[in-house]
Write a new protein. Structure first.
Length: 439
C-alpha cells in the first residue's frame, strides 16, 4: 500500500517524459509490438494447466528456433531451453514460466479465455492465464527478438528458459534435475520478471534481497476416540483437540519466532465429523507456512510437530493416536533472494531505459515463486526477478482515488494492460541483459 501512494506523483508527471525521450530500444520494441500482441492474445486464449503445457512449450520452441536459437524441448516436463552463442562473454539466462491456472476467466474482455478442461479429479474447470504467465512469455520472446536484432552490441551466450509447472512449484526443480546447469552453458546471471497486479503498467518495481517467500504446505491429521455426542466422557474428542491446536499454533509467531522475522502460519482448511451427535475419530487440517529465512521455516515446522504432539499427550492419547504432521516436501518452495549486486545493476539498467521515475523500490511479499530455486543450487548463481507493472492507468488512478481494490494475481478478473506491459517488459529485460553482457 505504501508503494502505491508513493508511486502516484511520479506517475502523473512521467509519461510525457517518456514520450518525449523515445529510446532507440523503445522504437525497435514498438515496431515489434503488433507481432508480440498477436502472440500474447494467442497464448492468452490457449492456456494450459501445470504439467500440461505441451502446446505452449511448442510455441516457445518454434519462436526461439525462428530466431536462430539452438532449442531443446521437453526439459523437465514441457520445459524449453534455447541457446544462442554470440562470441566470447558471459552467459545470461532469461526465464519465463508457462502454465495457466484452473480459473474461469471473468474479465469480460473480447479476447478472454474460454478454454475448459478436466482437472486431476476429472472435474471440468476453466483455464486462464490468471498469473500473467502469458505476459512473461511474450516479454521473453520480445526480449529474445531484440537481443538477436542487436547482436552486434553484445558478446556472450544467451540462454532462454521457458519453464513449466510454476504454479505447483515443480517446474524449476524438474528442469534443474534434468541438468539445466550441467547439460547447457551455466549462466553467470539468471533474470526473471513477474507481472504485478498493484504496480501500474509502464513501471517496474525491483528490490535487492528477499523478494518472495518460503512456501510450505502442511497437513495435520488429529486423531481421537470417537463415540456418542451425549457421552463425551467416554471419548477423546478430536474436534476439541484440533481447536486447541489451531489456537496454540498462533503462539508460534507471537511467542517463539523473533518479532523481527516475518512468519505466517495459516490454517486454511479444517474438516472433521459427520453429524451433530457423533464425536468423530479424526479431524484434518491444512496449513500454509510462509517465511524468508530457511531457519525460520524449519523452526515453524518443528514447533508445529511439538505443539500438536503435546496437545495429544495432554489429552491422554496413546502414541499410536498422536497427530500425524505431513510436510509436502515435494511442493516446498524456497524464498527468492535477489542477489543485491545483480539487482542493483538491473535497477540501474532499467532506470536508464524507462526513466528513473518509472522504477519503484518493491517490498518483499509473502507469495512464492519457484524462480528462487535457480539461485539455490550448488552453483549459487546470482538471480534477480523484478515486478513488471500491469495495471491499466485509469484503473490504477481510480484505486488510488477511491480506495477500490484492484483484481489480484490469480483473480478471474485480472486483465493487465498488455500492450504497455509487454513493451515495458521487453525494454526492461533487454536493457538489463545488454548491460550484463557488456559489463
Ligand atoms: Zn501464480
Ligand atoms: Zn506467476
Amino acid at each position: 500500500m505504501k508503494r502505491i501512494s508513493l508511486a502516484l506523483p511520479a506517475l502523473l508527471c512521467s509519461y510525457s517524459l517518456v514520450a518525449a525521450d523515445v529510446t532507440l530500444l523503445q522504437k525497435q520494441v514498438k515496431a515489434d509490438l503488433p507481432q508480440l500482441e498477436a502472440l500474447y492474445l494467442a497464448l492468452h486464449q490457449a492456456p494450459e494447466l501445470s504439467y500440461h503445457e505441451k502446446e505452449t512449450g511448442k510455441t516457445m520452441a518454434k519462436e526461439l528456433k525462428a530466431l536462430g536459437f539452438d532449442v531443446t524441448e521437453n526439459v523437465g516436463g514441457y520445459g524449453v531451453v534455447g541457446i544462442l552463442k554470440n562470441g566470447k562473454g558471459p552467459t545470461v539466462m532469461i526465464r519465463a514460466d508457462t502454465d495457466g491456472l484452473p480459473i474461469i476467466e471473468q474479465t469480460g474482455k473480447s479476447y478472454a479465455s474460454t478454454v475448459k478442461t478436466l482437472d486431476k479429479n476429472n472435474n471440468e474447470v476453466g483455464v486462464m492465464h490468471g498469473c500473467g504467465h502469458d505476459i512473461h512469455m511474450t516479454s521473453f520472446i520480445g526480449s529474445a527478438k531484440q537481443l538477436v536484432k542487436n547482436n552486434g552490441k553484445w558478446r556472450g551466450t544467451l540462454m532462454m528458459v521457458a519453464q513449466p509447472a510454476e504454479e505447483v512449484g515443480a517446474g524449476a526443480k524438474a528442469m534443474i534435475k534434468e541438468g539445466l546447469f550441467d547439460k547447457f552453458p551455466r549462466p553467470d546471471h539468471v533474470l526473471g520478471l513477474h507481472v504485478s497486479a498493484s504496480v501500474p503498467a509502464g513501471k517496474v518495481a525491483i528490490a535487492p534481497g528477499y523478494a518472495l517467500a518460503n512456501v510450505d504446505s502442511v497437513d495435520i491429521t488429529v486423531k481421537g476416540k470417537g463415540g456418542h455426542g451425549a457421552y463425551p466422557h467416554t471419548t477423546v474428542d478430536p474436534v476439541v483437540l484440533a481447536s486447541r491446536i489451531v489456537m496454540s499454533l498462533q503462539t508460534i509467531n507471537s511467542r517463539e519466532i523473533s518479532p523481527l522475522e516475518p512468519s505466517v502460519i495459516t490454517v486454511g482448511s479444517i474438516h472433521g465429523g459427520s453429524k451433530h451427535n457423533i464425536i468423530s475419530n479424526e479431524v484434518k487440517l491444512q496449513l500454509t507456512l510462509r517465511s524468508y529465512n530457511r531457519d525460520i521455516r524449519n523452526q515453524q515446522i518443528a514447533a508445529i510437530k511439538r505443539i500438536t504432539k503435546g496437545i495429544a499427550v495432554s489429552a491422554g492419547l496413546e502414541e499410536d493416536l498422536y497427530p500425524v504432521v505431513y510436510v509436502h516436501e515435494e511442493e516446498s518452495i524456497p524464498s527468492t533472494y535477489n542477489a543485491p549486486a545483480l539487482a542493483n545493476k538491473m535497477k540501474a539498467s532499467i532506470e536508464n531505459e524507462i526513466g528513473k521515475d518509472n522504477v519503484l523500490k518493491s517490498e518483499p511479499v509473502m507469495a512464492g515463486e519457484d524462480f528462487g530455486l535457480f539461485g539455490r543450487t550448488e552453483h549459487k548463481l546470482p538471480i534477480t526477478i523484478f515486478w513488471l507493472g500491469g495495471v491499466e492507468q485509469s484503473l490504477y488512478q481510480q484505486s488510488v482515488k477511491n480506495g477500490t481494490t484492484l483484481p489480484s494475481l490469480h483473480s478471474s478478473k485480472f486483465a493487465p494492460d498488455y500492450p504497455l506491459t509487454i513493451e515495458t517488459g521487453v525494454r526492461a529485460m533487454t536493457a538489463s541483459a545488454l548491460d550484463l553482457f557488456n559489463q
